[in-house]
Design a protein around this ligand. Structure first.
Ligand code: F6R
Length: 608
Protein backbone atom coordinates (compact mmCIF):
# COMPACT_ATOMS: atom_id res chain seq x y z
CA UNK A 1 0.00 0.00 0.00
CA UNK A 2 2.86 2.32 0.82
CA UNK A 3 5.64 2.81 -1.68
CA UNK A 4 9.42 2.61 -1.46
CA UNK A 5 12.04 3.95 -3.85
CA UNK A 6 15.81 4.12 -3.27
CA UNK A 7 18.84 5.13 -5.31
CA UNK A 8 22.60 4.86 -4.95
CA UNK A 9 24.72 5.92 -7.91
CA UNK A 10 26.58 8.66 -9.69
CA UNK A 11 23.64 11.04 -10.09
CA UNK A 12 21.93 13.32 -7.58
CA UNK A 13 19.45 11.22 -5.62
CA UNK A 14 16.83 13.91 -4.94
CA UNK A 15 15.24 14.28 -8.41
CA UNK A 16 15.30 10.51 -8.95
CA UNK A 17 13.59 9.88 -5.62
CA UNK A 18 10.94 12.57 -6.09
CA UNK A 19 10.08 11.36 -9.55
CA UNK A 20 9.97 7.74 -8.30
CA UNK A 21 7.63 8.80 -5.49
CA UNK A 22 5.28 10.40 -8.00
CA UNK A 23 5.11 7.11 -9.90
CA UNK A 24 4.29 5.35 -6.63
CA UNK A 25 1.81 7.90 -5.41
CA UNK A 26 -1.11 5.75 -6.52
CA UNK A 27 -0.13 3.05 -4.02
CA UNK A 28 -0.53 5.12 -0.87
CA UNK A 29 -0.69 8.81 -0.34
CA UNK A 30 -1.30 10.42 2.97
CA UNK A 31 2.29 11.55 3.50
CA UNK A 32 5.76 11.19 2.02
CA UNK A 33 9.39 11.67 2.90
CA UNK A 34 12.98 11.10 1.91
CA UNK A 35 16.45 10.85 3.46
CA UNK A 36 19.66 11.53 1.55
CA UNK A 37 23.25 10.95 2.66
CA UNK A 38 25.33 14.09 2.47
CA UNK A 39 28.97 14.75 3.38
CA UNK A 40 27.97 16.16 6.75
CA UNK A 41 25.20 13.76 7.73
CA UNK A 42 21.77 12.71 6.53
CA UNK A 43 19.17 15.21 5.30
CA UNK A 44 15.63 14.05 6.02
CA UNK A 45 12.40 15.80 4.97
CA UNK A 46 8.79 14.71 5.37
CA UNK A 47 5.41 16.23 4.54
CA UNK A 48 1.74 15.38 4.95
CA UNK A 49 -0.32 15.08 1.76
CA UNK A 50 0.68 14.45 -1.82
CA UNK A 51 4.25 14.45 -3.19
CA UNK A 52 3.87 18.09 -4.28
CA UNK A 53 3.77 19.01 -0.59
CA UNK A 54 7.14 17.36 -0.08
CA UNK A 55 8.46 19.09 -3.22
CA UNK A 56 7.19 22.41 -1.85
CA UNK A 57 9.02 21.78 1.40
CA UNK A 58 12.25 21.03 -0.47
CA UNK A 59 12.01 24.21 -2.56
CA UNK A 60 15.17 26.24 -2.02
CA UNK A 61 16.74 23.55 0.17
CA UNK A 62 20.23 22.56 -0.88
CA UNK A 63 20.67 18.79 -0.75
CA UNK A 64 23.74 17.33 -2.34
CA UNK A 65 23.99 13.56 -2.25
CA UNK A 66 23.68 10.47 -4.38
CA UNK A 67 22.46 7.90 -1.86
CA UNK A 68 18.85 8.14 -0.71
CA UNK A 69 15.64 6.43 0.35
CA UNK A 70 12.07 7.71 -0.10
CA UNK A 71 8.56 6.62 0.87
CA UNK A 72 4.86 7.34 0.36
CA UNK A 73 2.69 6.33 3.27
CA UNK A 74 -0.86 5.02 3.71
CA UNK A 75 -1.56 5.15 7.42
CA UNK A 76 -1.92 1.89 9.36
CA UNK A 77 -0.45 2.76 12.79
CA UNK A 78 -1.08 6.36 13.69
CA UNK A 79 -2.85 9.17 11.85
CA UNK A 80 -1.41 10.79 8.72
CA UNK A 81 0.97 13.37 10.20
CA UNK A 82 4.51 14.54 9.65
CA UNK A 83 5.67 12.75 12.80
CA UNK A 84 4.26 9.47 11.52
CA UNK A 85 5.57 9.89 7.96
CA UNK A 86 8.67 7.92 6.92
CA UNK A 87 11.69 7.93 7.13
CA UNK A 88 12.01 7.28 10.86
CA UNK A 89 15.31 7.52 12.70
CA UNK A 90 16.99 6.28 15.85
CA UNK A 91 17.90 8.14 19.02
CA UNK A 92 21.34 9.21 17.74
CA UNK A 93 20.00 10.20 14.30
CA UNK A 94 22.34 7.74 12.59
CA UNK A 95 19.85 5.30 11.06
CA UNK A 96 17.03 6.30 8.68
CA UNK A 97 14.44 3.68 7.77
CA UNK A 98 11.46 3.42 5.43
CA UNK A 99 9.11 0.46 5.72
CA UNK A 100 6.06 -1.14 4.11
CA UNK A 101 4.17 -3.77 6.10
CA UNK A 102 3.32 -4.20 9.76
CA UNK A 103 5.58 -5.09 12.69
CA UNK A 104 3.23 -7.24 14.74
CA UNK A 105 5.28 -7.33 17.96
CA UNK A 106 5.94 -3.61 17.92
CA UNK A 107 4.19 -2.89 21.23
CA UNK A 108 6.34 -5.44 23.07
CA UNK A 109 9.48 -4.12 21.37
CA UNK A 110 8.51 -0.51 21.99
CA UNK A 111 8.03 -1.14 25.71
CA UNK A 112 11.44 -2.86 25.93
CA UNK A 113 13.12 0.00 24.07
CA UNK A 114 11.40 2.60 26.28
CA UNK A 115 12.74 0.78 29.34
CA UNK A 116 16.21 1.29 27.88
CA UNK A 117 15.58 5.02 27.82
CA UNK A 118 14.53 5.39 24.20
CA UNK A 119 11.96 8.08 23.51
CA UNK A 120 9.56 7.51 20.63
CA UNK A 121 8.66 10.42 18.37
CA UNK A 122 5.86 8.75 16.40
CA UNK A 123 2.96 6.34 16.81
CA UNK A 124 4.28 4.06 14.08
CA UNK A 125 5.46 0.48 14.25
CA UNK A 126 8.30 1.44 11.88
CA UNK A 127 10.09 3.52 14.47
CA UNK A 128 11.03 0.37 16.42
CA UNK A 129 12.98 -0.76 13.36
CA UNK A 130 15.07 2.43 13.40
CA UNK A 131 15.90 2.07 17.09
CA UNK A 132 16.67 -1.64 16.84
CA UNK A 133 18.93 -1.21 13.82
CA UNK A 134 20.67 1.67 15.60
CA UNK A 135 21.31 -0.49 18.67
CA UNK A 136 22.37 -3.49 16.58
CA UNK A 137 24.85 -1.49 14.45
CA UNK A 138 28.40 -2.51 15.05
CA UNK A 139 30.16 -1.32 11.91
CA UNK A 140 28.12 -3.34 9.39
CA UNK A 141 24.68 -2.07 8.38
CA UNK A 142 23.88 -5.40 6.70
CA UNK A 143 24.61 -7.25 9.97
CA UNK A 144 22.50 -4.78 11.96
CA UNK A 145 19.51 -5.29 9.65
CA UNK A 146 19.95 -9.07 9.70
CA UNK A 147 19.92 -9.11 13.51
CA UNK A 148 16.86 -6.85 13.57
CA UNK A 149 15.05 -9.21 11.18
CA UNK A 150 15.41 -11.95 13.78
CA UNK A 151 13.85 -9.74 16.46
CA UNK A 152 10.75 -8.57 14.63
CA UNK A 153 7.55 -10.41 13.77
CA UNK A 154 5.25 -9.39 10.97
CA UNK A 155 5.83 -8.15 7.46
CA UNK A 156 8.27 -5.74 5.94
CA UNK A 157 9.81 -4.39 2.82
CA UNK A 158 12.35 -1.98 4.23
CA UNK A 159 15.28 0.20 3.24
CA UNK A 160 17.89 1.71 5.54
CA UNK A 161 20.79 4.13 5.36
CA UNK A 162 23.27 4.88 8.15
CA UNK A 163 25.44 7.89 8.73
CA UNK A 164 28.45 5.59 9.31
CA UNK A 165 27.83 3.37 6.28
CA UNK A 166 28.39 5.90 3.48
CA UNK A 167 27.53 4.87 -0.06
CA UNK A 168 25.32 1.95 1.09
CA UNK A 169 21.63 1.14 1.20
CA UNK A 170 20.45 -2.06 2.85
CA UNK A 171 17.05 -3.44 1.86
CA UNK A 172 15.17 -6.43 3.26
CA UNK A 173 11.96 -8.26 2.56
CA UNK A 174 9.46 -10.40 4.42
CA UNK A 175 5.94 -10.42 3.04
CA UNK A 176 6.16 -7.08 1.25
CA UNK A 177 7.67 -6.79 -2.23
CA UNK A 178 11.10 -5.31 -2.94
CA UNK A 179 12.76 -5.19 -6.29
CA UNK A 180 16.36 -4.18 -7.08
CA UNK A 181 16.94 -2.22 -10.29
CA UNK A 182 20.27 -2.42 -12.09
CA UNK A 183 21.01 0.88 -13.84
CA UNK A 184 23.95 2.07 -15.93
CA UNK A 185 25.22 4.46 -13.30
CA UNK A 186 23.90 3.00 -10.09
CA UNK A 187 21.33 0.82 -8.37
CA UNK A 188 17.72 1.26 -7.38
CA UNK A 189 15.34 -0.50 -5.06
CA UNK A 190 11.57 -0.10 -5.08
CA UNK A 191 8.36 -1.75 -4.00
CA UNK A 192 7.04 -1.49 -7.55
CA UNK A 193 8.91 -1.43 -10.88
CA UNK A 194 7.01 1.65 -12.01
CA UNK A 195 9.20 3.74 -9.66
CA UNK A 196 12.37 2.91 -11.58
CA UNK A 197 11.22 1.92 -15.05
CA UNK A 198 12.37 5.30 -16.43
CA UNK A 199 15.94 4.45 -15.47
CA UNK A 200 16.20 0.73 -15.99
CA UNK A 201 14.20 -2.31 -17.04
CA UNK A 202 16.72 -4.76 -15.55
CA UNK A 203 15.49 -6.00 -12.21
CA UNK A 204 16.21 -8.61 -9.57
CA UNK A 205 13.44 -9.71 -7.20
CA UNK A 206 14.27 -10.09 -3.55
CA UNK A 207 12.69 -13.28 -2.14
CA UNK A 208 11.15 -13.83 1.30
CA UNK A 209 13.55 -13.32 4.22
CA UNK A 210 16.35 -12.01 2.06
CA UNK A 211 18.31 -8.80 2.39
CA UNK A 212 20.67 -6.97 0.06
CA UNK A 213 23.30 -4.28 0.20
CA UNK A 214 23.32 -1.84 -2.71
CA UNK A 215 26.22 0.41 -3.71
CA UNK A 216 26.97 2.39 -6.87
CA UNK A 217 29.07 -0.48 -8.20
CA UNK A 218 26.91 -3.48 -7.37
CA UNK A 219 24.61 -5.36 -5.04
CA UNK A 220 24.87 -8.50 -2.94
CA UNK A 221 21.92 -10.58 -1.77
CA UNK A 222 21.91 -12.98 1.16
CA UNK A 223 19.41 -14.90 3.25
CA UNK A 224 18.51 -13.95 6.80
CA UNK A 225 20.97 -16.71 7.79
CA UNK A 226 23.78 -14.91 5.89
CA UNK A 227 23.92 -17.41 3.03
CA UNK A 228 24.98 -15.54 -0.14
CA UNK A 229 22.51 -15.75 -3.05
CA UNK A 230 23.39 -15.43 -6.74
CA UNK A 231 20.45 -14.26 -8.84
CA UNK A 232 20.48 -13.05 -12.41
CA UNK A 233 18.57 -9.99 -13.64
CA UNK A 234 15.22 -10.16 -15.43
CA UNK A 235 13.98 -7.69 -18.02
CA UNK A 236 10.60 -6.07 -17.38
CA UNK A 237 8.35 -5.23 -20.31
CA UNK A 238 6.64 -2.10 -18.92
CA UNK A 239 7.54 1.18 -20.60
CA UNK A 240 7.79 4.60 -18.98
CA UNK A 241 5.03 5.91 -21.34
CA UNK A 242 2.58 3.37 -19.88
CA UNK A 243 2.55 5.43 -16.70
CA UNK A 244 1.66 8.73 -18.49
CA UNK A 245 -1.82 10.22 -18.88
CA UNK A 246 -1.39 10.81 -22.63
CA UNK A 247 -4.01 13.54 -22.75
CA UNK A 248 -6.63 11.83 -20.56
CA UNK A 249 -7.78 13.74 -17.48
CA UNK A 250 -7.45 10.64 -15.27
CA UNK A 251 -5.73 7.27 -15.37
CA UNK A 252 -9.07 5.60 -14.71
CA UNK A 253 -10.54 7.00 -17.94
CA UNK A 254 -7.37 6.19 -19.86
CA UNK A 255 -7.49 2.63 -18.56
CA UNK A 256 -11.20 2.26 -19.42
CA UNK A 257 -10.33 3.31 -22.98
CA UNK A 258 -7.37 0.92 -23.11
CA UNK A 259 -9.66 -2.08 -22.76
CA UNK A 260 -10.01 -2.99 -26.45
CA UNK A 261 -6.21 -3.26 -26.46
CA UNK A 262 -5.81 -5.00 -23.10
CA UNK A 263 -8.41 -7.60 -24.05
CA UNK A 264 -6.46 -8.20 -27.23
CA UNK A 265 -3.27 -8.52 -25.19
CA UNK A 266 -5.01 -11.10 -23.01
CA UNK A 267 -5.71 -13.37 -26.01
CA UNK A 268 -2.89 -12.35 -28.41
CA UNK A 269 -0.92 -15.44 -29.45
CA UNK A 270 -3.16 -17.58 -27.24
CA UNK A 271 -5.79 -18.77 -29.73
CA UNK A 272 -5.90 -21.56 -32.27
CA UNK A 273 -9.06 -20.54 -34.16
CA UNK A 274 -9.18 -23.59 -36.46
CA UNK A 275 -9.03 -26.01 -33.54
CA UNK A 276 -11.36 -23.96 -31.34
CA UNK A 277 -8.77 -24.24 -28.56
CA UNK A 278 -6.81 -21.60 -26.66
CA UNK A 279 -3.15 -22.29 -25.87
CA UNK A 280 -1.82 -21.03 -22.57
CA UNK A 281 1.92 -21.65 -22.34
CA UNK A 282 2.06 -20.52 -18.71
CA UNK A 283 -0.03 -23.43 -17.44
CA UNK A 284 1.85 -26.13 -19.33
CA UNK A 285 3.98 -27.09 -16.28
CA UNK A 286 0.79 -28.37 -14.57
CA UNK A 287 -1.26 -29.31 -17.62
CA UNK A 288 -1.26 -33.09 -17.06
CA UNK A 289 -2.89 -32.68 -13.64
CA UNK A 290 -5.02 -29.68 -14.57
CA UNK A 291 -6.76 -31.41 -17.46
CA UNK A 292 -7.86 -34.19 -15.09
CA UNK A 293 -8.95 -31.78 -12.36
CA UNK A 294 -12.66 -31.69 -11.46
CA UNK A 295 -12.58 -29.13 -8.65
CA UNK A 296 -11.40 -25.54 -8.87
CA UNK A 297 -11.51 -22.82 -6.21
CA UNK A 298 -11.05 -19.25 -7.38
CA UNK A 299 -9.76 -16.93 -4.63
CA UNK A 300 -9.43 -13.16 -4.85
CA UNK A 301 -10.43 -9.84 -3.29
CA UNK A 302 -12.51 -6.86 -4.42
CA UNK A 303 -12.86 -6.41 -8.15
CA UNK A 304 -10.71 -9.47 -8.81
CA UNK A 305 -13.19 -11.48 -6.73
CA UNK A 306 -16.07 -10.29 -8.93
CA UNK A 307 -14.09 -11.37 -11.99
CA UNK A 308 -13.77 -14.76 -10.31
CA UNK A 309 -17.51 -14.81 -9.62
CA UNK A 310 -18.22 -14.36 -13.35
CA UNK A 311 -15.53 -16.97 -14.00
CA UNK A 312 -17.47 -19.55 -11.98
CA UNK A 313 -20.49 -19.26 -14.30
CA UNK A 314 -18.24 -19.41 -17.36
CA UNK A 315 -16.47 -22.54 -16.06
CA UNK A 316 -19.83 -24.14 -15.32
CA UNK A 317 -21.01 -23.33 -18.83
CA UNK A 318 -17.91 -24.59 -20.66
CA UNK A 319 -16.38 -27.33 -18.50
CA UNK A 320 -17.29 -30.33 -16.36
CA UNK A 321 -15.51 -28.84 -13.36
CA UNK A 322 -17.09 -27.92 -10.01
CA UNK A 323 -16.09 -24.37 -9.26
CA UNK A 324 -16.22 -22.39 -6.05
CA UNK A 325 -15.30 -18.76 -5.75
CA UNK A 326 -14.15 -17.42 -2.40
CA UNK A 327 -13.18 -14.11 -0.89
CA UNK A 328 -9.54 -14.61 0.02
CA UNK A 329 -9.97 -12.81 3.34
CA UNK A 330 -12.56 -15.40 4.46
CA UNK A 331 -11.26 -18.48 2.66
CA UNK A 332 -8.24 -18.98 4.88
CA UNK A 333 -10.41 -19.23 8.00
CA UNK A 334 -12.60 -21.98 6.54
CA UNK A 335 -12.10 -25.61 7.36
CA UNK A 336 -10.39 -26.45 4.10
CA UNK A 337 -10.86 -29.95 2.84
CA UNK A 338 -10.14 -30.36 -0.85
CA UNK A 339 -10.85 -33.35 -3.07
CA UNK A 340 -7.66 -34.74 -4.60
CA UNK A 341 -6.21 -32.72 -7.49
CA UNK A 342 -8.01 -29.48 -6.56
CA UNK A 343 -6.60 -26.37 -8.20
CA UNK A 344 -6.76 -22.95 -6.58
CA UNK A 345 -6.83 -20.09 -9.07
CA UNK A 346 -5.62 -16.87 -7.45
CA UNK A 347 -6.72 -13.74 -9.31
CA UNK A 348 -4.87 -10.52 -8.59
CA UNK A 349 -3.86 -7.40 -10.49
CA UNK A 350 -0.98 -6.55 -8.19
CA UNK A 351 0.00 -10.07 -7.24
CA UNK A 352 0.71 -8.68 -3.78
CA UNK A 353 -2.69 -8.61 -2.05
CA UNK A 354 -1.97 -9.89 1.45
CA UNK A 355 -5.25 -11.80 1.88
CA UNK A 356 -4.91 -13.56 -1.46
CA UNK A 357 -1.32 -14.49 -0.69
CA UNK A 358 -2.32 -15.82 2.73
CA UNK A 359 -5.16 -17.81 1.13
CA UNK A 360 -2.92 -19.57 -1.38
CA UNK A 361 -0.35 -20.36 1.31
CA UNK A 362 -3.05 -21.96 3.45
CA UNK A 363 -4.47 -23.89 0.47
CA UNK A 364 -0.99 -25.18 -0.38
CA UNK A 365 -0.56 -26.38 3.19
CA UNK A 366 -3.81 -28.35 2.76
CA UNK A 367 -2.54 -30.01 -0.42
CA UNK A 368 -4.15 -27.93 -3.18
CA UNK A 369 -2.33 -27.09 -6.41
CA UNK A 370 -1.85 -23.39 -7.22
CA UNK A 371 -2.42 -21.36 -10.37
CA UNK A 372 -2.02 -17.57 -10.59
CA UNK A 373 -3.65 -15.00 -12.87
CA UNK A 374 -1.69 -11.88 -12.23
CA UNK A 375 -0.84 -8.63 -14.01
CA UNK A 376 2.41 -7.68 -12.29
CA UNK A 377 5.16 -9.91 -13.61
CA UNK A 378 7.40 -11.31 -10.89
CA UNK A 379 4.97 -10.34 -8.09
CA UNK A 380 4.62 -12.54 -5.00
CA UNK A 381 1.54 -14.44 -6.21
CA UNK A 382 3.17 -15.15 -9.56
CA UNK A 383 6.18 -16.52 -7.72
CA UNK A 384 4.32 -18.60 -5.18
CA UNK A 385 1.98 -20.34 -7.63
CA UNK A 386 3.10 -23.34 -9.65
CA UNK A 387 2.00 -21.94 -12.99
CA UNK A 388 -0.29 -19.26 -14.36
CA UNK A 389 -1.30 -16.74 -16.95
CA UNK A 390 -0.24 -13.09 -17.04
CA UNK A 391 -2.64 -10.32 -18.11
CA UNK A 392 0.05 -8.39 -20.02
CA UNK A 393 -2.14 -5.30 -19.59
CA UNK A 394 0.59 -2.83 -18.58
CA UNK A 395 0.48 -0.95 -15.29
CA UNK A 396 -2.94 -0.12 -13.86
CA UNK A 397 -2.45 3.20 -12.09
CA UNK A 398 -6.02 4.31 -11.27
CA UNK A 399 -6.87 2.93 -7.84
CA UNK A 400 -10.19 1.62 -9.14
CA UNK A 401 -9.52 -1.47 -11.18
CA UNK A 402 -11.03 -1.43 -14.69
CA UNK A 403 -8.90 -2.81 -17.51
CA UNK A 404 -7.64 -5.69 -15.38
CA UNK A 405 -11.20 -6.80 -14.65
CA UNK A 406 -12.06 -7.29 -18.34
CA UNK A 407 -8.62 -8.79 -18.94
CA UNK A 408 -9.22 -11.26 -16.08
CA UNK A 409 -12.61 -12.19 -17.55
CA UNK A 410 -10.97 -12.82 -20.93
CA UNK A 411 -8.26 -15.03 -19.44
CA UNK A 412 -10.70 -16.98 -17.26
CA UNK A 413 -12.77 -17.62 -20.39
CA UNK A 414 -9.69 -18.86 -22.24
CA UNK A 415 -8.85 -21.24 -19.41
CA UNK A 416 -12.44 -22.52 -19.19
CA UNK A 417 -12.57 -22.98 -22.95
CA UNK A 418 -9.27 -24.85 -23.00
CA UNK A 419 -10.46 -27.22 -20.27
CA UNK A 420 -13.93 -27.50 -21.80
CA UNK A 421 -12.45 -28.59 -25.12
CA UNK A 422 -10.71 -31.40 -23.24
CA UNK A 423 -14.03 -32.33 -21.66
CA UNK A 424 -17.25 -32.29 -23.66
CA UNK A 425 -17.21 -29.06 -25.61
CA UNK A 426 -17.47 -29.64 -29.36
CA UNK A 427 -15.19 -28.26 -32.06
CA UNK A 428 -18.07 -26.14 -33.36
CA UNK A 429 -18.65 -24.58 -29.95
CA UNK A 430 -14.91 -23.99 -29.50
CA UNK A 431 -14.57 -22.29 -32.89
CA UNK A 432 -17.66 -20.16 -32.23
CA UNK A 433 -16.31 -19.08 -28.84
CA UNK A 434 -12.92 -18.13 -30.26
CA UNK A 435 -14.51 -16.08 -33.04
CA UNK A 436 -16.61 -14.28 -30.45
CA UNK A 437 -13.56 -13.60 -28.25
CA UNK A 438 -11.64 -12.19 -31.23
CA UNK A 439 -14.55 -9.86 -31.97
CA UNK A 440 -14.62 -8.41 -28.44
CA UNK A 441 -12.15 -5.52 -28.92
CA UNK A 442 -14.25 -4.03 -31.75
CA UNK A 443 -17.48 -4.54 -29.80
CA UNK A 444 -15.86 -2.86 -26.81
CA UNK A 445 -15.04 0.19 -28.98
CA UNK A 446 -18.72 0.36 -29.85
CA UNK A 447 -19.62 0.52 -26.13
CA UNK A 448 -16.96 3.18 -25.52
CA UNK A 449 -18.38 5.30 -28.34
CA UNK A 450 -21.42 5.93 -26.12
CA UNK A 451 -19.36 7.75 -23.50
CA UNK A 452 -21.15 11.09 -24.08
CA UNK A 453 -24.54 9.45 -23.71
CA UNK A 454 -23.40 7.83 -20.47
CA UNK A 455 -22.05 11.17 -19.25
CA UNK A 456 -25.50 12.69 -19.85
CA UNK A 457 -27.09 9.91 -17.77
CA UNK A 458 -24.58 10.60 -14.99
CA UNK A 459 -25.53 14.28 -15.18
CA UNK A 460 -29.15 13.30 -14.56
CA UNK A 461 -28.56 11.06 -11.54
CA UNK A 462 -25.23 11.98 -9.90
CA UNK A 463 -26.95 13.81 -7.03
CA UNK A 464 -28.90 10.70 -5.96
CA UNK A 465 -27.45 9.40 -2.71
CA UNK A 466 -28.39 5.74 -3.09
CA UNK A 467 -28.16 3.44 -6.11
CA UNK A 468 -28.99 -0.17 -6.79
CA UNK A 469 -27.29 -2.42 -9.36
CA UNK A 470 -29.08 -5.61 -10.42
CA UNK A 471 -28.12 -8.58 -12.56
CA UNK A 472 -28.59 -12.32 -12.81
CA UNK A 473 -26.26 -15.25 -13.50
CA UNK A 474 -23.21 -14.04 -15.51
CA UNK A 475 -24.21 -10.45 -14.80
CA UNK A 476 -24.92 -10.70 -11.10
CA UNK A 477 -21.21 -10.12 -10.37
CA UNK A 478 -21.32 -7.20 -12.83
CA UNK A 479 -24.00 -5.61 -10.64
CA UNK A 480 -21.69 -6.10 -7.65
CA UNK A 481 -18.74 -4.62 -9.54
CA UNK A 482 -20.84 -1.70 -10.81
CA UNK A 483 -21.87 -0.84 -7.24
CA UNK A 484 -18.28 -1.17 -5.99
CA UNK A 485 -16.99 1.16 -8.71
CA UNK A 486 -19.62 3.78 -7.92
CA UNK A 487 -19.00 3.78 -4.17
CA UNK A 488 -15.23 3.74 -4.28
CA UNK A 489 -14.70 6.68 -6.61
CA UNK A 490 -17.83 8.83 -6.17
CA UNK A 491 -18.55 7.98 -2.49
CA UNK A 492 -22.23 7.44 -3.43
CA UNK A 493 -23.84 4.57 -1.55
CA UNK A 494 -24.62 1.72 -3.93
CA UNK A 495 -25.62 -1.91 -3.55
CA UNK A 496 -25.14 -4.72 -6.02
CA UNK A 497 -27.79 -7.42 -5.82
CA UNK A 498 -28.83 -10.57 -7.63
CA UNK A 499 -32.10 -9.38 -9.19
CA UNK A 500 -34.01 -12.42 -7.89
CA UNK A 501 -33.34 -11.35 -4.31
CA UNK A 502 -35.09 -7.99 -4.77
CA UNK A 503 -38.45 -9.16 -3.61
CA UNK A 504 -36.91 -10.71 -0.50
CA UNK A 505 -36.16 -7.32 1.03
CA UNK A 506 -34.36 -4.61 -0.96
CA UNK A 507 -37.47 -3.71 -2.96
CA UNK A 508 -38.59 -1.80 0.16
CA UNK A 509 -35.92 0.78 -0.68
CA UNK A 510 -37.24 1.64 -4.13
CA UNK A 511 -38.42 5.23 -4.55
CA UNK A 512 -38.16 7.95 -7.24
CA UNK A 513 -34.85 9.16 -5.77
CA UNK A 514 -33.09 5.80 -6.04
CA UNK A 515 -31.86 4.83 -9.52
CA UNK A 516 -31.43 1.16 -10.41
CA UNK A 517 -28.87 0.07 -12.99
CA UNK A 518 -30.22 -3.16 -14.46
CA UNK A 519 -27.86 -5.36 -16.46
CA UNK A 520 -30.22 -7.02 -18.90
CA UNK A 521 -28.62 -8.33 -22.08
CA UNK A 522 -30.67 -10.68 -24.30
CA UNK A 523 -29.67 -13.94 -22.64
CA UNK A 524 -31.41 -16.82 -20.88
CA UNK A 525 -32.13 -14.56 -17.88
CA UNK A 526 -33.80 -11.85 -19.96
CA UNK A 527 -37.46 -12.53 -19.15
CA UNK A 528 -36.80 -12.78 -15.43
CA UNK A 529 -34.80 -9.55 -15.43
CA UNK A 530 -37.58 -7.88 -17.42
CA UNK A 531 -40.10 -8.80 -14.69
CA UNK A 532 -37.78 -7.44 -11.98
CA UNK A 533 -37.53 -4.15 -13.85
CA UNK A 534 -41.33 -3.95 -14.09
CA UNK A 535 -41.52 -4.46 -10.31
CA UNK A 536 -39.21 -1.47 -9.84
CA UNK A 537 -41.02 0.71 -12.37
CA UNK A 538 -44.37 0.03 -10.71
CA UNK A 539 -42.85 1.49 -7.52
CA UNK A 540 -41.67 4.59 -9.43
CA UNK A 541 -37.96 3.76 -9.26
CA UNK A 542 -35.90 5.16 -12.17
CA UNK A 543 -34.19 2.41 -14.19
CA UNK A 544 -31.05 2.68 -16.33
CA UNK A 545 -30.82 -0.49 -18.41
CA UNK A 546 -27.60 -1.92 -19.83
CA UNK A 547 -29.19 -3.86 -22.66
CA UNK A 548 -28.48 -5.55 -25.98
CA UNK A 549 -28.67 -3.26 -29.02
CA UNK A 550 -32.11 -2.96 -30.58
CA UNK A 551 -34.15 -4.03 -27.54
CA UNK A 552 -37.15 -1.80 -28.25
CA UNK A 553 -39.53 -3.53 -25.81
CA UNK A 554 -37.27 -2.65 -22.94
CA UNK A 555 -36.79 0.94 -24.11
CA UNK A 556 -40.52 1.45 -23.62
CA UNK A 557 -40.48 0.69 -19.90
CA UNK A 558 -37.14 2.01 -18.61
CA UNK A 559 -35.89 5.58 -18.21
CA UNK A 560 -32.51 5.28 -19.91
CA UNK A 561 -30.80 2.64 -22.01
CA UNK A 562 -27.10 2.02 -22.61
CA UNK A 563 -26.64 -0.45 -25.43
CA UNK A 564 -24.08 -3.20 -25.72
CA UNK A 565 -23.61 -5.18 -28.94
CA UNK A 566 -24.76 -8.79 -29.19
CA UNK A 567 -22.24 -11.46 -28.24
CA UNK A 568 -22.31 -14.92 -26.67
CA UNK A 569 -24.10 -15.04 -23.31
CA UNK A 570 -20.98 -15.83 -21.31
CA UNK A 571 -19.08 -12.92 -22.90
CA UNK A 572 -21.75 -10.30 -22.11
CA UNK A 573 -20.14 -9.35 -18.76
CA UNK A 574 -16.97 -8.18 -20.55
CA UNK A 575 -19.06 -5.59 -22.42
CA UNK A 576 -21.70 -4.89 -19.75
CA UNK A 577 -19.20 -3.74 -17.15
CA UNK A 578 -17.94 -0.87 -19.33
CA UNK A 579 -21.13 1.29 -19.03
CA UNK A 580 -20.91 0.76 -15.24
CA UNK A 581 -17.27 1.90 -15.21
CA UNK A 582 -18.09 5.00 -17.27
CA UNK A 583 -21.19 5.83 -15.24
CA UNK A 584 -19.15 5.76 -12.03
CA UNK A 585 -16.37 7.76 -13.64
CA UNK A 586 -18.70 10.54 -14.82
CA UNK A 587 -20.64 10.68 -11.53
CA UNK A 588 -17.34 11.02 -9.64
CA UNK A 589 -16.12 13.64 -12.09
CA UNK A 590 -19.35 15.69 -11.73
CA UNK A 591 -18.95 15.48 -7.95
CA UNK A 592 -15.32 16.65 -8.24
CA UNK A 593 -13.89 13.56 -6.59
CA UNK A 594 -10.22 12.66 -6.62
CA UNK A 595 -10.88 9.88 -9.12
CA UNK A 596 -7.47 8.21 -9.39
CA UNK A 597 -6.80 8.45 -5.68
CA UNK A 598 -10.09 8.07 -3.83
CA UNK A 599 -10.01 8.79 -0.12
CA UNK A 600 -8.92 6.02 2.26
CA UNK A 601 -7.99 3.65 -0.57
CA UNK A 602 -4.70 2.36 -1.91
CA UNK A 603 -3.92 0.43 -5.04
CA UNK A 604 -2.27 -2.57 -3.56
CA UNK A 605 -3.56 -3.89 -0.23
CA UNK A 606 -0.54 -5.53 1.37
CA UNK A 607 -1.99 -5.65 4.89
CA UNK A 608 -4.53 -8.23 6.01
C1 F6R B 1 -11.47 -2.03 -6.72
C2 F6R B 1 -10.13 -2.58 -6.56
C3 F6R B 1 -9.89 -3.54 -5.45
C4 F6R B 1 -8.95 -4.65 -5.91
C5 F6R B 1 -8.60 -5.57 -4.73
C6 F6R B 1 -7.73 -6.73 -5.16
O1 F6R B 1 -11.55 -1.19 -7.84
O2 F6R B 1 -9.24 -2.25 -7.30
O3 F6R B 1 -11.09 -4.05 -4.96
O4 F6R B 1 -9.56 -5.38 -6.94
O5 F6R B 1 -7.93 -4.82 -3.76
O6 F6R B 1 -6.52 -6.29 -5.70
P1 F6R B 1 -5.62 -7.24 -6.58
O7 F6R B 1 -6.36 -7.55 -7.82
O8 F6R B 1 -4.36 -6.46 -6.82
O9 F6R B 1 -5.37 -8.49 -5.76
Amino acid sequence: MCGIVCYVGQKQARPILLEGLKQLEYRGYDSAGLAIQQEDGIACYRAVGKIVELERKLNGVDINGNVGIAHTRWATHGEPSEANAHPHWDQDENVFVIHNGIIENFIVLKKKLEKHGITFRSETDTEVLAHLIGLNFNGSLNEAVRKTMSQVEGTFGLAVIHRNAPGEIVVARRGSPLIIGVGEDGHFAASDVSAMVRHTNKVVHLEENELATLTTEGFSISTAQAKPIERSTETVEWRAEDAELNGFPHFMLKEIYEQPETIKNAFRGRLEPGEGVPKLGGIMPVWDSLKECRHVVIVACGTSYYAGAVGRYVFERLTEIDVEVELASEFRYRKLNFPENTFIVALSQSGETADTLAAIREAKRKGARLLGMVNVVGSSISRETEAGVYNHAGPEIGVASTKIFTSQLTILTLLALLLGRHHNLSLTEGVEAIRAIQALPELMKDVLSQAHHIEAIAEKYHKCNNWLFLGRKYNYPIAMEGALKLKEISYIHAEGYPAGEMKHGPIALINPEMPTVAIIPKDDMYEKMFSNIQEIKSRKGPVIAVATKGDDDLREIVDDVIEIPKTLDFLNPILAVVPCQLLSYYCASLLNRDIDKPRNLAKSVTVE
